[in-house]
Write a protein that binds this ligand. Structure first.
Ligand code: BTN
Length: 334
């Protein structure tokens, strides 16, 4: 795909306007200068400013005086991201949306259309963010990171779940580096802080027997939410809640994609053992945790007994039988 455009992606020139404003936040830039720099008329600049405002971007000013961003903006503009990811696998094709249903859905579509490995789809807001087991992923505007990457690894389909665990490790490292917080990983795809969920990963793939055609790894990270609605209030948290201050989504995303690329290359080079070993080392859920496992057919309580060679969780039931968890929900049993 030559251009990072799809129906609904942020127009390149609109993104240019945003970048210009964001790079000069608090500084008034005249409509004439903006028009000249991005190559549109002054009236188009005015229309676009109104569009940005409707999307929740805090642009102040008016045609006569010029425009500025009210505060240091933390918008994941594709131009800035591309610059920060220069030379990276993920810096080439970035599809940015202000709003879409699900970045995983878009990435799947791109995969089927032949998009190359490394494409990144991100949205400021999702209207139907997908979670595991058909759940919804709460994706309010501009407070979280909602990103999906497209990969074409030469791996067998059974190895795809390891990419979920690997992504968890990458996200953990990124959060640690940017915020200082130590995230716990709950097998297979949850990022926890203080026992509450602050992120999740949803991997989906298109495969033939024995060979992955492409796989998409979707990562949701709760960054600047101050509170969560309904039942989520007790089970979800964000980096802001845990640190008491707002965090930069841009810094987190850049670090996350850089960590992901390193981990991915290592995985392809060295195989799955490293991922399994690292996950076991950092996850308090991997060994010795009392858990309840619930899947479509049964529910039982036991103690986690490490991961199998392919990364599947082993749970020793109270009657001594060791179960391998292939699918299902694992929750702490108290
Ligand atoms: C889970 O823990 O249930 C997985 C949540 C995954 C959410 C992310 S947000 C970005 C990407 N797009 C989606 O629709 N889902 C994933």
């Amino acid at each position: 795909m030559a251009q990072d455009t799809l129906p609904g992606t942020t127009d390149r020139r609109l993104a240019g306007l945003l970048t210009l404003l964001a790079e000069n936040s608090m500084i008034v830039i005249s409509g004439a200068r903006i028009a000249k720099e991005i190559g549109v008329s002054r009236s188009t600049v005015w229309r676009w400013v109104q569009r940005l405002r409707a999307l929740g971007v805090k642009v102040k000013g008016q045609p006569a005086t010029g425009y500025f961003l009210e505060q240091t903006a933390d918008i994941l503009t594709p131009n800035m991201l591309r610059q920060r990811l220069k030379g990276s696998l993920f810096g080439k094709h970035i599809y940015h949306f202000f709003k879409t249903d699900s970045t995983n859905r878009v990435a799947l579509e791109l995969g089927h259309a032949g998009e190359a490995e490394g494409a990144v789809v991100l949205s400021e807001e999702q209207t139907a963010g997908r979670g595991r087991a058909g759940r919804l992923w709460h994706s309010d505007r501009a407070v979280g990171i909602y990103v999906t990457v497209l990969l074409r690894p030469r791996l067998a389909p059974v190895q795809a779940p390891l990419l979920t665990m690997m992504a968890g490790l990458s996200a953990r490292s990124a959060v640690q580096a940017v915020t200082g917080l130590t995230v716990d990983l709950k097998w297979p795809n949850d990022l926890l802080l203080n026992g509450k969920k602050t992120g999740g990963i949803l991997t989906e793939m298109h495969a033939e027997p024995g060979q992955i055609r492409f796989v998409i790894v979707g990562i949701g990270l709760n960054v600047n939410q101050e509170k969560f609605p309904g039942a989520l209030a007790d089970t979800a948290t964000s980096l802001r809640v845990e640190t008491g201050k707002s965090q930069s989504r841009m810094e987190l995303l850049v670090r996350l994609l850089r960590e992901f690329e390193n981990d991915y290359n290592r995985f392809l080079r060295e195989g799955m053992e490293g991922v399994v070993a690292r996950f076991e080392e950092v996850s308090t859920y991997a060994k010795g945790k009392r858990v309840r496992v619930t899947n479509g057919t049964e529910s039982y309580v036991g103690t986690t007994a490490g991961l199998g060679p392919e990364g599947l969780l082993q749970v020793q039931r109270d009657d001594g039988k060791v179960m391998t968890v292939i699918a299902g929900d694992v929750t702490e049993a108290r």
